[in-house]
Design a protein around this ligand. Structure first.
Ligand SMILES: NC(=O)c1ccc[n+]([C@@H]2O[C@H](COP(=O)([O-])OP(=O)(O)OC[C@H]3O[C@@H](n4cnc5c(N)ncnc54)[C@H](O)[C@@H]3O)[C@@H](O)[C@H]2O)c1
Length: 362
């Protein structure tokens, strides 16, 4: 008989509700308890999704609800505590992105998972979106020859400082799917048209009051290069495009015989394109890019895939996609940009100092 996974949700705000919408239709999961520090919020979510067991303290939920899996959908400052507490009790966790507010917290989350054997995944769901999955298959089949470079570009509507902590790890995570393990980073950050400096460091909410409270940030635009252990080069652009300008958001995989472009938003939605030659050539040749048909058997909603692959990881004692370790690499690639910019040179990854690079500079 197939096991039913007993799930508890910590954080019933916007993204928490999205998880509930997804989980309610998945027969292998039962939402048994909800937790939010706001009684009003947990009651609203509980009424909407008919979940009777509600808590305002995650420790109580873990103690009394006999859970197999916890979804952590608090804002980034609130990821570490409920994740570590669950993992220490042997409960696996799907935690929202980015993994944590700094690398010290991320390290502790991974250590807690290793110690108990429970699984930790970070919900960077593009890791398993159909375009990325099909691009991996095509790369493995040699459709673009040897991969030389993977290039990521940010989603629109945010200055790079906010974007680093919001959509930034989605982009670095997709780059990791093709690059391998990052070994160095060289980054430059601008405030407007000037190089950013310590006076530009601020809290995320000072930079954008309507955004989430995700710690120290700096700058409006950024560019970085990475080396991966495979010899593949990485490049990432953060340009503060106006809201809605998302046609570049995603990654490009540049090979010796062709290119692939994966997009996750924008006018064409989630999709994959193939250019059967290594260089784009002149702008008049752009029509040579061909849309790739995505196989029907690939689940279109990647958060569903994240849940399904988490159960497989638990059952086979393997690592889930966008595991804690991968989630930390995706975040470390972002922190590396700050560290490199601060030192004015290329820096090695992993970072030696695990505190937020802007903390001391501030
Ligand atoms: N993967 C994605 O595509 C995606 C999309 C959107 C948001 N997110 C992520 O989801 C997370 C949540 O974002 P959001 O916009 O839903 O935030 P939100 O503020 O709407 O919701 C967070 C909820 O957590 C609750 N909370 C805070 N501390 C808590 C605690 N200790 N115990 C229980 N509940 C607590 C708050 O009361 C709030 O209701 C963020 O990390 C964000 O980056 C991910």
């Amino acid at each position: 008989m197939t096991k039913t996974y007993r799930v508890g949700l910590v954080g019933c705000g916007g993204m928490g509700r999205h998880h509930l919408r997804i989980l309610k239709d998945l027969p292998e999961f039962e939402i048994v308890a909800l937790c939010d520090i706001s009684q009003e919020v947990v009651d609203q979510a509980g009424d909407e999704y008919a979940v009777k067991t509600r808590y305002t303290d995650f420790d109580h939920m873990y103690q009394y609800s006999s859970l197999d899996l916890v979804t952590v959908a608090t804002q980034t400052r609130g990821h570490h505590a409920p994740t570590v507490a669950a993992l220490e009790q042997g409960i696996s966790v799907l935690c929202e992105k980015p993994i944590a507010i700094d690398l010290t917290e991320a390290d502790q989350m991974i250590t807690a998972a290793k110690k108990s054997g429970a699984k930790l995944a970070i919900n960077q769901q593009n890791h398993v979106n159909p375009g990325i999955q099909q691009a991996k298959t095509m790369v493995a089949e040699g459709a673009i020859g040897n991969v030389i470079m993977v290039r990521g570009r940010n989603k629109a509507g945010r200055k790079s400082g906010n974007e680093f902590m919001e959509m930034g790890t989605h982009v670095t995570d997709m780059m990791l799917c093709f690059g391998g393990v990052p070994t160095w980073c060289s980054g430059t950050i601008y405030n407007g048209n000037q190089l950013a400096g310590p006076k530009d460091i601020m809290q995320a909410k000072e930079m954008s009051p309507g955004d989430r409270d995700s710690g120290l940030v700096m700058g409006t635009k950024a560019i970085a290069h990475y080396g991966f252990d495979t010899g593949i080069i990485g490049e990432i652009h953060f340009i503060d495009y106006q809201p809605g300008m998302n046609d570049n958001y995603g990654i490009d995989i540049l090979g010796s015989q062709g290119q692939l472009a994966v997009r996750t938003a924008g006018s064409a939605g989630q999709n994959l394109w193939h250019l059967p030659r290594p260089m784009e050539g002149t702008p008049t040749q752009l029509s040579d890019w061909q849309p790739v048909d995505l196989p029907d058997n690939l689940e279109k909603e990647p958060v569903i895939t994240m849940y399904q692959r988490m159960t497989q990881a638990i059952e086979t004692n393997t690592e889930p996609p966008s595991s804690g370790t991968e989630g930390r690499w995706a975040f470390e690639m972002i922190m590396g940009i700050y560290q490199s910019h601060r030192e004015g040179r290329r820096i090695e990854l992993p970072l030696t100092n695990r505190h937020h690079p802007l903390e001391k500079w501030h």
